[in-house]
Design a protein around this ligand. Structure first.
Ligand code: PGA
Length: 256
C-alpha cells in the first residue's frame, strides 16, 4: 500500500512570522495524522527556520526548485546539495510555473532530477498539460513526454525514490480543478507508462494530484485509486485548510 503524501507549495509567499505561525498551526495536528507523509516547501530563505521547527515533529521540508548545476558561477542559484545541507527532504522539479515562466525544458527538468537524486533528496517531478494541449487531445502525449524525458535521464530505478505530481496547468491557481475522473485517468496513464519499464516500481510510486485542491474537493480526488495525495498551492497557506486536506488524505487510507 502506498502512503499518501501531502505537500504544501508556498510559492512566493510568506515571512518569518507567517512561516512560524503556519507551521505551528499544522504541527498542532500532526500527531493525529501519523498515517500520512506531510511536507512543506517554503521560499529558500525560510527553509532553515522551518526545518528547525518541523523536522523533529515528523514533517518534511522541501525546496521549490534548485539549480541544475552542482556548484560554480551561477549567481542567484541554490543547489540541491545546499538544500540537503540545511535539512530538506524533497525538491520540486519541473513545476509548471518553472516550465512556463522560467523556460525550463524537459531536458532541464531531467538534469535537475539527476542532481536532486545525487544529493540524496527526493524529487517531486511535476508534470501536466496546458488547456490547449488537453483540448487538442494531446494531454497523454505531453505528460508522457515529460515523464519519459526523466526516465531516459535517470533510469526507471530512480523512481523508487521519486514522487510524481500531476498538475494540469489549467487547474493551477485557477479554482478550476480536474474532475476526479480526469485526474484518475491521467494518473492511471502515468502508472501504466512507468509499468512498461518496471511493474514493481509503477505499483509503488506515489503520484500526487495538484491544481486547486481545496478542503471541499480533496476527499473525492484522494479517493481515486491512483491518486496518492496532493501538492497544494493556495490552500497550503492556511493551516486549517491544509489540515482538512491532510485529513482527507488520511481518510483515503481507510477507504482502500
Ligand atoms: P494551487 O497550486 O493549489 O494554488 O492550484 C498547486 C501548485 O502549483 O502546486
Amino acid at each position: 500500500m502506498r502512503t499518501p503524501i501531502v505537500i504544501g507549495n508556498w510559492k512566493l509567499n510568506g515571512s518569518k512570522a507567517m512561516a512560524e505561525a503556519l507551521v505551528a498551526g499544522i504541527l498542532a495536528e500532526r500527531p493525529g495524522l501519523s498515517d500520512i507523509e506531510m511536507g512543506v516547501c517554503p521560499p529558500f530563505v525560510f527553509i532553515s527556520q522551518v526545518v528547525a521547527q518541523a523536522a523533529q515533529a515528523g514533517m518534511g521540508v522541501g525546496g521549490q526548485s534548485c539549480a541544475e548545476h552542482v556548484t560554480g558561477a551561477y549567481t542567484g542559484e541554490v543547489s540541491a546539495e545546499m538544500l540537503r545541507d540545511v535539512g530538506c527532504r524533497y525538491v520540486l522539479v519541473g513545476h509548471s510555473e518553472r516550465r512556463t515562466l522560467f523556460g525550463e525544458t524537459n531536458a532541464v527538468v531531467a538534469r535537475k532530477t539527476r542532481v536532486v537524486l545525487d544529493a540524496g533528496l527526493i524529487p517531486v517531478l511535476c508534470v501536466g498539460e496546458t488547456l490547449e494541449e488537453r483540448q487538442a487531445g494531446n494531454m497523454n502525449a505531453v505528460v508522457g513526454g515529460q515523464i519519459e524525458a526523466v526516465v531516459d535521464a535517470v533510469g526507471i530505478q530512480a523512481f523508487d525514490r521519486t514522487i510524481v505530481a500531476y498538475e494540469p496547468v489549467w487547474a493551477i491557481g485557477t479554482g478550476q480543478t480536474a474532475s476526479p475522473e480526469q485526474a484518475q485517468a491521467m494518473h492511471a496513464s502515468i502508472r501504466a507508462q512507468l509499468a512498461a519499464h518496471s511493474p514493481a516500481i509503477a505499483q509503488a510510486v506515489r503520484i500526487q494530484y495538484g491544481g486547486s485542491i481545496k478542503p471541499d474537493n480533496a476527499a473525492i480526488l484522494f479517493a481515486q485509486p491512483d491518486i496518492d495525495g496532493g501538492l497544494i498551492g493556495g490552500a497550503s497557506l492556511n493551516a486549517e485548510d491544509f489540515l482538512v486536506i491532510c485529513r482527507a488524505a488520511a481518510g483515503s487510507l481507510r477507504l482502500s
